[in-house]
Design a protein around this ligand. Structure first.
Ligand code: GLU
Length: 309
């Protein structure tokens, strides 16, 4: 069954919206505190270019951890699988996204996967370019292509706010540097990482990126292969195993859609061979996922039988 109207989507949003009161807006990055806890919006982007939406989809938000999928794609394009996975593992951790614990206990010491902060920082380090500006602009160009929206940029205030307060991420970088996984200056890497996390878009843009992943990296409209098929598949697999922080297993059982969330409250979903989903709901649960957004994804999956399992 397919979603046929915005009314159908609106009913699901109305039902999920009650859950916003159960969550809390992220405040460890000061600039994120200003988000409206009660917001909830969704867009579904179909491969024929049509879309359905409900809620205020003009609201923009920053990618935060969703950017990790895109930096992974770029690093794999730049360096190849062997190089990347010699340095970052492929296994879920079961720990919070910013945990340092397993870095110390796993031997050899390397991050367990590219979706936790330690792994994402190591991956961002791999992006090629002669300067932070050049590396960031390569990433932004990829995002602009995936969204078919050349006006996408980053939120300077959010980037600076995170840069000023990212002591835990800095400590992960120093740990990785000690173990030879990061070679550049930590401040430069933090500059690039906080900018990537602050790339700003709306639900519709996010749904369009999801749609490209649904079709294994091929833009369904232009038919251009924006990300090589095998790389898009690797990204989607990480979305299933580690995309929803340490709730990824439960999400796979209850929703069954490859997805990635971020602490701004965004969730990108890619329903294989069907369509992309972009959700925004800034009230988070204690694992960092949008509470109402998760509920909405579940309702959607149940109503339209979207689970891939
Ligand atoms: N910029 C955030 C951080 O590194 C991203 C976290 C997230 O969205 O999970 O803390």
């Amino acid at each position: 069954m397919q979603c046929r109207s915005e009314n159908e989507l609106q009913i699901l949003v109305d039902e999920a919206k009650h859950f916003t009161s159960k969550g809390k807006v992220a405040d460890y990055i000061p600039a994120l505190k200003r988000a409206n806890r009660n917001s909830l919006s969704i867009a579904i982007y179909n491969p024929d270019g049509n879309y359905f939406s409900a809620g205020d989809i003009s609201e923009s938000f920053t990618l935060q951890s969703i950017s990790k999928v895109l930096t992974l794609a770029l690093a794999l394009m730049d360096r190849g699988e062997e190089y990347v996975f010699e340095r970052v593992g492929q296994e879920p951790t079961g720990d919070p996204f910013n945990s340092i614990a397993k870095l110390e206990t796993s031997i050899p010491s390397r991050p367990l996967n590219p979706m936790i902060n330690a792994g994402a920082l190591a991956v961002t380090h791999m992006i090629k370019g002669n300067s932070v500006e050049e590396r960031f602009s390569r990433l932004l160009t990829l995002v602009q292509k995936l969204t078919a929206n050349s006006s996408i940029g980053y939120n300077k205030e959010v980037a600076e706010s995170e840069f000023e307060t990212a002591d835990l991420n800095r400590s992960l970088c120093y740990f990785l540097k000690q173990h030879g996984l990061i070679k550049e200056d930590v401040e430069e890497l933090m500059d690039l990482y906080t900018k990537q996390c602050s790339i700003e878009l709306n639900c519709l843009d996010l749904a369009r990126i999801g749609c490209v992943f649904s079709f294994d990296g091929k833009d369904p409209i232009s038919k251009e292969q924006l990300i090589p098929t095998h790389i898009a598949r690797i990204c989607k697999t990480f979305m299933v195993t580690c995309g929803m922080y340490n709730a990824s297993g439960e999400f796979a059982i209850k929703v069954g859609i490859p997805a990635k969330s971020g602490v701004s409250g965004g969730i990108m979903g890619a329903v294989p061979g069907r369509f992309g989903i972009g959700v925004f709901g800034p009230a988070l649960d204690d694992k960092g996922n949008s509470v109402a957004g998760m509920k909405l994804m579940r309702l959607l999956s149940e109503k339209y039988s979207l689970s891939m399992f």
